[in-house]
Design a protein around this ligand. Sequence first.
Ligand code: NOJ
Length: 527
Amino acid sequence: MTWWRDGVIYQIYPRSFRDSNGDGVGDLAGVTDRLDYLEWLGVDAVWITPITVSPDSDWGYDVADYTAVQPVLGDLDDFDRLVAEAGNRGIRIVLDLVPNHSSDQHPWFVEALAAPDSSRRDYYVWGDPKPDGSPPNNWRSSFGGPAWTRDPASGQYFLHNFLSTQPDLNWWSEDVRAEFDRILRFWFDRGVAGFRIDVCHAIVKDRELRDNPPAEPDDHPYVYNFGQRKVYNAERPEAHDVFRRWRAIAEEYDPARLLLGETYVLDVERLRPFYGDDDELQLAFNFVFLHSPFTAEGLRSIIDATERALPEPAWPVWAVSTHDLPRFVDRWCGGSVERARAAILMLLTLRGTPVLYYGDELGMCDVPVPPGQRRDPVGTGAYDAGPGRDPCRTPMPWSPQPGGGFTTPEAEPWLPLSPQTAVTVEEQRNDPNSMLVLTRDLIALRRSEPDLTSGGYGSLPAPGGLWAFSRGERFAVVLNLSDATGAVDLGSSGRIRLSTRRERDGEAVAAAVEVGAWEGVVVETGG
Ligand code: NOJ
């Protein structure tokens, strides 16, 4: 078994998982506290979003020290304890690596700004103003506005594809590459099983800083709304040298460490290059899937296209929620538990590695965060007047009691607790019909049946609103993403191993299996 192919990964936003010391902020000791739960759930690895020192202008994604722990989350001893305790339960720890940019408070940038002649200057991307004083080119920040800010002392502009407090590192610099070799080894030596790599698709920039072309109406809506195609500040061919270099470091270890890229490309064909010749990333996140409509036709076409783009030995990776988007129960399911159950069954039966975002297993919804309590820079008005990403980052609801089992009843949680008191671990853990038990049973079924972990995917004919696919030799999955009962002919009778309507578990079915509105079933055929 290769854990990152056959296993399930669980994403934790550490400030929101479990507060062990009553300050209202989740921490590493809190994650250790809850390892028994994660073992019970059956996950193989935990990916924790950044835990390193940060002024938190983008909540850890602005790193000021890549090899020390943010004090509010704990220290290196807490981290070592977490790795050891997780290891005792067969759970691996994956960290977030942020190579595209640092914080403006990182000593590298402080020196680069203070001493333009220092060797640190070249750690970042600088450009001279145009003759009229405007930025070097037309690149826009992903958070809005120009991607350039002028350094008044030198008159040059520095690049930031996100906040101006997140200056982009210069991946043409051999010194930057060597710094990150050390960072990778520092954490791998401490027992880290791999990295999720932030903004992996965009680390290397065009050396000539050429202007991006405008987006076209037939581009993906996210690209079209952004207004330009990121031709020159993303997916540069030279990034593959860096990925190969990281993979070689990952392979120095036994077992080899995982490189899981945040590969934000909106065309599945463009995922393939990130895998290289099995010498770059082992897994590349699929954002086309995340942005899919929740319809049988929409999802099926994306999965089929991904299967064509990533044939064996390439291995897809799927998530339905992340810390950057509304939770899937809102985004896809309009708050419907029934639909959420079908979505989780899909996630856990596709060919590829499923990544659960904490709370997905409960059917957790976004929590409205009033403007005065917003923490995300994207939601506080500086860049965008919208709700930002706080609603999907609120504390894990462990119990219906005050403090939610996340923190003490007296403490003020850093983001508001969910008002959905029925959506807690305590309420759901012993309820055989709950979303939590469904998720756990799906993980267990997946683990017990090699067809469901490593078996191939095949699209099967199904009427409108339904989607059916085979896994391996003996399994088929049927999803009815419509309001009417439907049926799919699987060509052979069988037995429902698991349905989102749990009363059907174990039911014998004829070749034409009937599926209720918004029901999902896993059928073992030929039995
Ligand atoms: C992607 C991360 O997922 C997001 O949370 C962050 O704001 C940006 N990268 C910038 O690091």
